[in-house]
Write a protein that binds this ligand. Structure first.
Ligand code: GLN
Length: 270
């Protein structure tokens, strides 16, 4: 049997050290403090084998979150599978902006919910507000439903919908979305090949889904309601232009922690 020390040393030569410890912890059920205190502890062959196989996956570009099946977002652990985009820290800027600009929404819609990280985080911040979370992918909705259950977000309901198609004439105080916005020829996409392509790019110009959402949102906002979307670092001006075209006044763009344009929002006055 291999020891913790031997397995970690072998892994450190191949992958990021933090990733190695996270994955070993996942398979052994032991903490990284345990690894420090008991480097000579032996790991059963079957578990060591799984750990070594996961190093192959990481080397091939598989995100660690798909190996451990979990990623933290807004302070909570979300279950993730390859059916959903892995929650990004940049998207926490959307939650932060929503809390600052819309402190007491009575109804919320999150479109393209994926893992459900936005809808569920908002639902837990606003337990009195019904939250509707949509996605065109039923396998994504299954993951999101599971997360809502685990995290006890009882005020979220889910619907299969291609943007507003199944939303009918319902209106909301706050509509949020992190749609696919990467341009299809962006080299960055090559590093994301394990994630669902449909969650990343619209395969057109990076703005086609944002265009549909922004154009159709006014019909689904209550008076004074807010639309807030995530977008690419280079799309701020184009997205504000789409807001103006749809009749919003004074759209504002917020930067993420990396100082890139990331979130644009505006209130709609009917
Ligand atoms: N921000 C993600 C990335 O660049 C993309 C998310 C999205 O397209 N909505 O990795």
């Amino acid at each position: 049997m291999a020891t913790i020390r031997a397995l970690l040393l072998a892994a450190y030569a191949r992958v990021d050290k933090v990733d190695a410890r996270v994955v070993l912890s996942h398979f052994t059920g032991k903490t990284k403090e345990f690894f420090i205190m008991h480097p000579e502890a032996e790991v059963p062959d079957e578990i060591a084998q799984k750990f070594l196989q996961s190093l192959d996956q990481i080397e091939a570009g598989c995100p660690v979150a798909y190996i451990t099946g979990t990623r933290s977002f807004w302070g909570r652990d979300f279950h993730v599978t390859p059916a959903v985009l892995i929650p990004r820290p940049d998207t926490e800027t959307l939650i932060e902006t929503a809390l600052a600009q819309c402190p007491a929404p009575e109804s919320i819609l999150d479109m393209g919910t994926g893992s459900g990280c936005i809808a569920i985080s908002l639902a837990l911040e606003f337990p009195q507000a019904p939250v509707l979370a949509s996605d065109v992918s039923t396998s994504a909705l299954e993951v999101a439903r599971g997360n809502a259950q685990t995290l006890d977000a009882t005020n979220v309901t889910f619907v299969v919908s291609d943007w507003f198609d199944a939303i009918e004439n319902r209106t909301f105080d706050l509509i949020v979305s992190n749609p696919p916005y990467i341009e299809p020829d962006d080299a960055h996409l090559d590093n994301l090949m394990f994630e669902p392509i449909g969650a990343l790019t619209d395969t057109v110009d990076g703005l086609s889904d944002l265009r549909v959402i922004i154009e159709q949102a006014p019909r689904h906002l209550s008076p004074g309601g807010i639309l807030m979307v995530e977008h690419g670092y280079n799309q701020g001006a184009a997205v504000r232009e789409l807001f103006y075209k749809a009749g919003f006044k004074n759209p504002a763009t917020v930067k993420d922690l990396g100082d890139n344009d990331r979130i644009t929002w505006a209130r709609f006055s009917h």
